[in-house]
Each structure stands twice: as C-alpha cells, then as structure tokens.
Write a protein that binds this ligand. Structure first.
Ligand code: ATP
Ligand code: MG
Length: 373
C-alpha cells in the first residue's frame, strides 16, 4: 500500500510510512478497497481514509464545555462566535473520488446506504463539478436511519444537513459565512444559525438558546469561530436524559460507560443555571427516571423471553437497503430483520441490532446468578 499521500497531508507528523501503516485497517465496500485510521495518530483524525490515492481527512473531535461562562471566554480568542444548532444524527463526509461522490461515516467506513441516500437527497454533481477537492460534512438525521433514531418534527424519514465544507486533504474549513452562502447556492439544508455574538455576550445567549432547545427536545449547540476552525459543543438536559435512557435500555452494552459523563454535564449545568431547589429536584427526578425505567423494562422483556436490542427502520431503494444490511452485518453486528414492506419504489425495513450481552447477563441474574462487586 502506498501511504505517501497521507504522509504528505498538511499537519502530519511521522518519521516514516510504518508509523501509519500499523494503524490502518484495509476495508472493501462498494467494490473499492480503502484504508482507514480507527483512532487519531500523528496529526491525522480518527476516520481519516485513503481511497484510490485520495486522502479524506477525518472530522475533528469537538471539545465540550461544562461551564459556559468560564469556558467560552477561555476557549475562543476574540471576534464573533457563531452559534449553530447541534443536530443529533450521525456524521457523514461526502467527497468525490474519480468524480463519484462517496459518503464516509465518522469512523471511516464507506457506507453504501448513506452514499445512495446522499445522491438521492442532495444535488451533488453541480457542487463537486465546481469544487472537486472539497468535502461536505453533514449530519444524517431523522427517524429512519441505521445508526441513530432521534426524531425531528420536520423530518418524516431522513435528511442531510450540511454543517461544514472543508478541504478534503488538509481538513481546513471554510469560514462559517462562506460555507452558509455556498450551501444556500447549491440548495443544501443546514442547521439553524442562532446568530454571531461578541465573545462576552455569547454565554448569556447560549443559555437562552439552550433553554429553548431543551423545551423542544433538541440536542444543543455548536459554537464556532468565524473562520470555522475552533468548534465547541454544549448540550441540553433533554439530550443527556435521552442518552441515559438509550444507554440503560441496554445496560450491559453501554450503561457503565455513559453514566459518569452525563451526570457530570448535568451537575455543572444545574450549578451554572443557578436552579431553584424545585428545578434541581425536577432535574434529579428526570435523571433517575431516565436511568431506572428503561433498565427495569429491559429486565421485564428478557424475563418474558422477548428480544432485546436496538431497533432501526430504514427506507430506500431495495439495493441500498440490502447493501446496508450486508454492511452492518460485516461490521460484526448480529442482525434480525423484524419486518420488510414495499412502499412504491422503496422498501421500508425494520431491523434489530441484537444486544447479546444484555440478554445473557440479565438472564443469568434472573436465574439466580450472583454479581461479584
Ligand atoms: P467527538 O466530537 O468528541 O468525537 P461524538 O462523535 O460523540 O464526539 P458529538 O458529541 O455528536 O460527537 O459532537 C460532535 C458532532 O456533532 C460532529 O461530529 C457532527 O457530526 C455533529 N454536529 C451536529 N450539528 C453540528 C453543527 N452544527 N456543527 C458541527 N457539528 C455538528
Ligand atoms: Mg452526535
């Protein structure tokens, strides 16, 4: 494998090719062989891909602030801070390789389903005709998606919202203004922009926006420097509770890892918002419900012999849906197809990612197994 394009990419710091080759996994999807980095190394982000001699930089990890007032002024140097909605879906990077637009997920998987949906949802040819070296960074959102399931009132099935345009090799972003204009020009949907604020007013405005977003069941915001390089995230209590409930529905798949970080976010948010004793008690109550109710329900399901796992519904032409099921199966996930229906030219498939650890552990305790503390 010739990894030279990766070595030559801006910001990469290696002594020789072997520094990288040991971290690259070789994969084949859609008839293309490619190499992907499963963790960040030597200045390259997780999910960076080398495909047919083209580097596709990973999307950078976005730091989170816990205390807004203190964190925002410390993180951003000066100038305006752009506040955009943070959408809850999965991260997709779209690039044109040999003129063919391909969609990669965060971890660097070329996803055949996402690629086909991107072609169906976005008018990609004019954009890549004019900007062949650019990468569209977008969130795939909606109830009918294979990897996430958050509902949006205005999205019946699924949709893509472009939140960044970058150079695919260097990863350098366009400024927020330039990116928003470009997306408007090509007709791409984007996350809502709440405004650009002076540094010393940003935290107060984000507090207001967050209260409003929480009431509407939305995830949060991403704050951005005007040049698009510095990104900072902050999320709503509703989002934390939703994530806890998601985690504790399958406690032995993901419960433990999720808990501390969500409680940490809640504690700092409650403190900074200077909540009344009643509000704080209400928050505590919601956290408790988010953890315990799904957990107990899952125990009941296992006891009743019902299947446990994560259910998803996907929609698309039969080839993209079948390609997806194969793709997920190849990722090592145990799949069960729950239903399959035709809707005009499309098929709608409900499938379950089986949660074997939760099923087996709960079953073991229900049959009297002991827990070693
Ligand atoms: P990390 O960023 O730490 O690797 P993660 O994968 O858990 O973590 P999130 O907590 O969802 O990611 O936060 C970052 C992600 O938010 C981005 O990768 C992107 O997919 C998503 N996102 C949604 N809306 C926006 C937006 N308006 N601007 C930038 N990113 C956004
Ligand atoms: Mg996310």
């Amino acid at each position: 494998m010739d990894v030279r394009p990766l070595l030559d990419a801006p910001g990469v710091d290696v002594d020789g090719p072997e520094d990288l080759t040991e971290h690259l996994s070789t994969r084949t999807d859609m008839g293309r062989e490619y190499h992907a980095l499963s963790a960040s190394h030597h200045g390259l982000e997780r999910g960076t891909v080398l495909v047919d001699g083209t580097v596709v930089r990973g999307f950078p990890s976005v730091p989170r602030v816990l205390h807004l007032e203190a964190g925002v002024t410390r993180f951003f140097e000066s100038g305006a801070v752009y506040v955009e909605e943070k959408l809850n879906g999965y991260n997709v990077r779209i690039v044109a390789v040999d003129g063919e637009p391909l969609a990669f997920t965060r971890g660097g998987h070329l996803c055949p389903y996402t690629t086909r949906r991107a072609h169906a949802l976005l008018d990609l040819e004019p954009f890549f005709g004019d900007h062949p070296d650019r990468m569209l960074c977008a969130e795939f959102i909606g109830p009918e998606t294979p990897y996430t399931t958050h509902d949006y009132a205005d999205v019946d099935s699924h949709d893509l919202r472009v939140f960044g345009v970058r150079d695919r090799v260097s990863g350098a972003p366009l400024s927020v203004d330039r990116r928003r204009d470009l997306c408007t020009e090509y007709g791409f949907g984007q996350p809502e922009l709440f405004g650009a604020f002076d540094l010393d007013r940003t935290a107060a405005r984000v507090h207001e926006v967050i209260g409003d977003l929480a009431a509407r069941d939305r995830e949060g915001v991403v704050m951005k420097s005007d040049d698009g390089t510095a990104l900072l995230k902050y999320t709503t209590s509703r989002q934390h509770h939703e994530e806890l409930a998601y985690a504790f529905e399958l406690p032995f798949e993901r419960g433990q890892d999720f808990l501390f970080s969500r409680v940490l976010r809640e504690a700092f948010q409650a403190y900074e918002r200077d909540e009344s004793p009643e509000e704080l008690r209400e928050r505590a109550h919601e956290i408790g419900e988010a953890i315990l109710l799904p957990f107990v329900e899952t125990i009941g399901d296992v006891d009743a012999g019902e299947p446990v796992g994560e259910d998803h519904t996907v929609r698309g032409d039969p080839e993209s849906v079948d390609a997806l099921l194969d793709h997920v199966d190849n990722l090592g996930v145990t799949l069960e197809v729950v239903s399959r229906e035709r809707d005009g030219d499309e098929v709608v498939v409900e499938f379950r990612k089986v949660a074997a650890s939760t099923r087996d552990r709960v079953d073991y305790y229900l049959s009297g197994g002991t827990y070693d503390e």
